[in-house]
Design a binder for this molecule. Sequence first.
Ligand SMILES: NC(=O)c1ccc[n+]([C@@H]2O[C@H](COP(=O)([O-])OP(=O)(O)OC[C@H]3O[C@@H](n4cnc5c(N)ncnc54)[C@H](OP(=O)(O)O)[C@@H]3O)[C@@H](O)[C@H]2O)c1
Length: 265
Amino acid sequence: MKTIFITGASSGIGKACVDLFSSKGWNVVAAMRNPKNPGWPDNVFVLKLDVTIRKEISDAVRKAEEKFGNIDVLLNNAGFGHVGAIESFSEKQMHEIFRTNVFGLVNLTNEVLPKMRKRNRGVIINVSSVVGKITSPLSGLYCATKYAVESISESLWHELSGTNIRVKLVEPGFTKSNFHSKSMVRGDVKIPFYEGRIEKKMQRMLSFTGATPAEDVAEAIFSAATDASKRLRYPGDKKAKFQLWMRKVLPDCIFLRIINRRFRR
Ligand SMILES: NC(=O)c1ccc[n+]([C@@H]2O[C@H](COP(=O)([O-])OP(=O)(O)OC[C@H]3O[C@@H](n4cnc5c(N)ncnc54)[C@H](OP(=O)(O)O)[C@@H]3O)[C@@H](O)[C@H]2O)c1
């Protein structure tokens, strides 16, 4: 039986992945900051992990291996967002988002990789976003963390070529979860110049009705975990696929104008 280790398993995409992989008979390590089990079956092992704490990373991996043996798939999913202008975030806030979305992902990967290299097998799946390719204004620092995840994953893909370890990026678009209600941090510094647009952006996000169910993104993640290909990138759903295609085919001058027009509305 295969084992997947999932971070940020308490809600949204992470939780949908726990449901999906466990229903398919996988052993699932559901790692989260505040452990709670909503009634998952015995093949789900809930444990505590804040990805910004080094000691919790090594403890969590050790406990997972004691419980299920080898970790076959690592799903780096934990993350949060920002809403606000670049100049509205304090230094502490800038560090915090990179510590979670980027350094936590790298530290956990580094904890799991040596054993994967020794066994010459494994899959590392990093949850990026369409904003890892398309910058959304007033979320610039969050986008920057996802650009970093894209680049780190692409580098890993090269570094591990010639092994049986596969590196995957899943790039969701707007997905139904706690992300836009709970996991969205506002800048500490209030600057009146931006406030009206920030409010509009928040309202648009909270009232948006076209979000993709987290279960659909979990299906894309399941494909990435099991398709045995060397493919690196997987759009989270059809809408994300279209947005990423537009970014690829349109010249910068047109693409930036489209984004800017939406932003100024
Ligand atoms: N929703 C979207 O539209 C969307 C689109 C593209 C990409 N994504 C990405 O998808 C991933 C999952 O987000 P989601 O949409 O499922 O949102 P979510 O429901 O808010 O889930 C985020 C998860 O990350 C966890 N987390 C945050 N900081 C953490 C830390 N320091 N250590 C461990 N866990 C931490 C949260 O834990 P707590 O419960 O403790 O807060 C929660 O379990 C994120 O990487 C996000 O950037 C989301």
